[in-house]
Design a protein around this ligand. Structure first.
Ligand code: SF4
Length: 433
């Protein structure tokens, strides 16, 4: 039996990378041409030609990773040059009737809607320059209820209709580490095929268990016909939103998203088995993660491999006067508190000044075996999650609410939206007179 192929292709040096990594995106025509040639080579090595997956007259949906409403310089979203190159390549090299691009920020209303996110990331302009026929704001479309009989956690999912309507789907993730998923690649990018309004049963149910089985289930809804990983500039450290850019200058492509993710994760210095989404999908028989059974074409993976810095998901003890008490048997609350603190720090805030002006902050996240109400007396208290109510210390939390200087409550289990909302509320507090 022939092995599944994953292409790894190196792009020629890009003039705009230095300023982009330094915080200013500059589009150079020549850079887009070089990336387009790299995409073309990767597709050719992986499948021969787009005609293998796109028949005349078919519609094609490109699903980028528009994880957040954030500028391109955040490196949290797909590089606009890659978006332009992929759209333009598909338009010119396939007999598709229409090429669409569509997505939705992963935390839905709490980090912005699709339309402003497409605009702020530069993706909409890039896709239009590439000749896209339609930019689809997923949160403005209908959803389709899909049964997933073999699912472990998502027996049924509400899926954005364009994902089901398109004849061909191209998955376009970015090469990043992720504090909850270890990495975010093609499988994690499927988080955007479902609405992410929080708190909602659909989102929270899956996050309470684990992201791995969730992505195996979502992958059953509809596999991508082709996955193209934007590995031009990756992200290490506090990904997926607050990490450090890493120049890789690669495009990685394959028809098996699991195999493409496995090779991409290996290039980031991981063993694919370390990534829950990869091992769950592979062990469900949905793709190949065994590198011995994957044919890597183009650059040998070892020749371009480097160790990406790992994210830390623990928010405890980071700042004097900003105390986090968290239930550490379940990361559903604490990992998202950490994500919010990383975003808050990235605003350039001076934490010492913030605490001295606004007063001490206490975050009580999840169910706490011990919590003295005096911890919160005259401080700004943030109560996170639902499960504290079921712990013997629930009365202590209620007393803390009565003696705190200010109280903000984030219901839900897991309250994933605090990743964005706690950061927004801290910023509001910092700006208030
Ligand atoms: S509320 Fe409790 S069970 Fe739910 S995610 Fe938070 S810590 Fe976990």
């Amino acid at each position: 039996m022939s092995k599944t192929k994953v292409a790894v292709v190196k792009c020629l040096p890009l003039a705009g990378n230095a300023s982009f990594m330094g915080g200013k995106f500059i589009r150079e025509e020549d850079d887009v041409s070089k990336i387009k040639a790299t995409v073309a080579k990767a597709v050719e090595l992986a499948i021969g030609s787009l005609d293998v997956i796109i028949k005349p007259g078919q519609t094609v949906l490109i699903k980028p990773n528009l994880a957040f409403q954030a500028p391109a310089e955040s490196h949290a979203v797909v590089d606009p040059r890659v978006v332009e190159a992929v759209v333009s390549y598909v338009k010119e090299n396939s007999q598709a009737s229409e090429v669409w691009i569509g997505d939705n920020p992963s935390l839905g209303m709490h980090v912005g809607r699709a339309k402003p996110a497409f605009a702020e990331s530069g993706m909409e302009d890039a896709a239009r320059r590439g000749g896209v026929d339609k930019v689809i704001y997923f949160d403005e479309t209908e959803v389709v209820e899909v049964e997933i009989p073999e699912a472990k956690v998502f027996k049924k999912a509400a899926v954005f209709k364009p994902v089901m309507d398109a004849d061909v789907v191209i998955n376009l993730p970015k090469l990043k580490v992720h504090l909850a998923g270890t990495v975010t690649l093609g499988l994690k990018n499927w988080n955007g095929i479902i609405p992410n309004m929080h708190p909602s049963a659909q989102q929270q149910g899956a996050h309470r268990i684990d992201l791995g089985p969730k992505f195996a289930d979502l992958y059953r809804v509809r596999k991508a016909d082709l996955t193209i990983v934007d590995a031009i500039i990756g992200m290490e450290g506090q990904g997926p939103h607050a990490g450090t850019p890493v120049e890789m200058n690669l495009i990685i492509a394959g028809t098996d998203t699991v195999a493409t993710d496995a090779v991409s994760a290996y290039i980031m210095g991981f063993d694919p088995i370390e990534i829950p989404a990869i091992r769950c999908t592979a062990n469900e028989g949905l793709g190949e993660m065994d590198l011995e059974k994957i044919e890597v074409v183009g650059e040998p993976a070892d020749a371009v491999r480097r160790h990406f810095g790992r994210p830390n998901d623990n928010p405890i003890g980071m700042y004097k006067g900003f105390t986090v008490y968290a239930q550490q048997t379940c990361p559903g609350c604490y990992a998202n508190v950490r994500g919010a603190l990383d975003s808050f720090k990235n605003t350039g805030i001076n934490m010492t000044e913030f605490i001295s002006k606004k007063g001490e902050v206490v975050v009580a996240a999840g169910g706490l075996p011990d919590f003295d109400p005096e911890f919160a007396k005259d401080k700004n208290l943030f109560v996170v999650g639902d499960c504290w109510e079921y712990f013997p210390t629930s009365d202590n939390i209620r007393q803390a609410i009565n003696v705190a200087k200010s109280v903000t409550y984030y219901p839900g289990c897991a309250p994933v939206y605090i990743f964005a909302q706690l950061n927004a509320d801290l910023q509001k507090m910092a700006k208030a007179e």
